[in-house]
Design a protein around this ligand. Structure first.
Ligand SMILES: Cc1ncc(COP(=O)(O)O)c(C=O)c1O
Length: 392
């Protein structure tokens, strides 16, 4: 048997703090190692596997599509792409159009280009982002992250990003500067501690943007696709953004990104992608959205979110010596801990207790379970997590 860990270390760039647990298959919210050790997955591949592992219907759609055509290029009509765009727009309830790409950073890159084109004739190009935000790792989206630690090594970065400590400051800076075309934020900061912005503040920001012809750009790469309990977190906040970025859970594990906007300013040649919106990703995504839409309508999504939330609050009450707070919303949740050391200890022990959880900034344990996780899997997962906390 090849030594895969050695091979990985020798041939793959060391950009990840990789755990060498070797998963080979999964079913539902359960994932198995090569030695057949079963874990409950409260992370879904960092918010990607929205239908869990080996979902029968999704597997069938992907293999049927692969047997017909995977890719023809965007020079030709792609039936599932057109149908998916219509579906996304209908589920959002906004009057928008879609550009398809392959990842979250690409969805944001497109959002930034769209905003700059919108502002071109108004001589406005700057975009304000919020402290601790995460928008991707291309040169432009790195610069869009309002975190100093992301701006080492790779300069020069593009101009035109301004950082605000909070929503109030974002509005003040936009007013003072005069060159601001958009304000971009995650409604729930995924990497920045699973923190949800206050609803009234976001409503005020939305009104401010409308009054001042400033684009409200919502990065829903992590919070979108039913993670908040609704198709989009923007619907929970009752706002109508100008641009929304989507990726992660949109096609249940097949790479995809989507930028949706009411600002129809792109013309031929302004943007493009070889793979974006191809037959494979868009047919998979159509299946994922149909399945999740029905699931939400059944009422089970809301019930399971409530169950999950109850367990989180129970843990907070029982372990108040180390858990300060429950954060986030829907199936995008965090437990804020007293310090990073406790977080590191929990992550270590979680492996022993066969439960997959994630870390986030601000000493926060992060939960992004599959959207269709079952009641039994939730109960089993929290029983394991309780074991972790008891052993701390
Ligand atoms: C809010 C947000 N935006 C953008 C990204 C970047 O997405 P990707 O890794 O697919 O480029 C992420 C990834 O974690 C994210 O959470």
């Amino acid at each position: 048997m090849d030594n895969l860990e050695k091979m990985d270390k020798e041939y793959v760039f060391g950009t990840y703090a990789r755990d060498y647990t070797h998963f080979t298959r999964g079913r539902g919210a359960r994932i198995y190692t090569n030695d057949n050790i079963e874990f409950i997955d409260f992370s879904s591949g960092i918010g990607v596997n929205s239908l869990g592992y080996a979902n029968k219907g999704l597997v069938e759609v992907i293999s049927t599509q692969a047997g017909k055509i995977l890719h023809s290029s965007n020079l030709f009509l792609i039936e599932p792409q057109a149908r998916l765009a219509k579906k996304i727009v209908e589920l959002s309830g906004y009057k928008m159009k879609v550009f398809f790409s392959n990842s979250g950073l690409e969805a944001n890159e497109c959002a930034i280009k769209l905003a700059r084109k919108y502002g071109e004739n108004k001589n406005r190009f700057k975009i304000i982002t919020l402290k601790n935000s995460f928008h991707g790792r291309s040169i432009a989206t790195l610069k869009a992250c309002a975190q100093d630690k992301m701006h080492k090594h790779f300069s020069p970065f593009p101009d035109g990003f301004i950082y605000a400590n909070d929503i109030k400051e974002a509005m003040t800076l936009a007013k003072e500067d005069g060159k601001v075309v958009g304000i971009m934020l995650e409604l729930i900061q995924g990497e920045g501690g699973v923190r949800a912005f206050d609803k009234n503040e976001v409503l005020e920001l939305s009104q401010f943007c409308k009054n001042n012809d400033i684009l409200l750009m919502i990065d829903e790469v992590q919070s979108g696709i039913y993670r908040s309990g609704e198709f989009l977190a923007s619907q929970v906040y009752n706002i109508s953004p100008d641009i929304i970025s989507l990726a992660k859970g949109l096609a249940g594990g097949i790479p995809i990104g989507a930028t949706i906007s009411s600002k129809d300013v792109f013309e031929i040649g302004d943007h493009g992608s070889t793979f974006g919106g191809n037959f494979l990703s868009t047919s998979a995504s159509l299946y994922v959205l149909d399945a999740l839409d029905s699931y939400k309508k059944s009422g089970d999504l809301a019930l399971n979110i409530e169950l999950f939330e109850n367990y989180l609050f129970e843990l907070k009450n029982n372990f108040s010596n180390i858990i300060l707070d429950v954060s986030g919303l829907g199936f995008m949740r965090g437990l804020r801990l007293i310090n990073d050391e406790v977080l590191a200890n929990i992550l270590n022990l979680a492996k022993k207790h066969r439960i997959l959880v994630l870390k986030s900034g601000n000493a926060t344990l992060r939960f992004l379970p599959p959207i269709n996780i079952s009641k039994d899997e939730i109960i089993e997962g929290f029983s394991r997590l309780k074991g972790v906390l008891l052993e701390l």
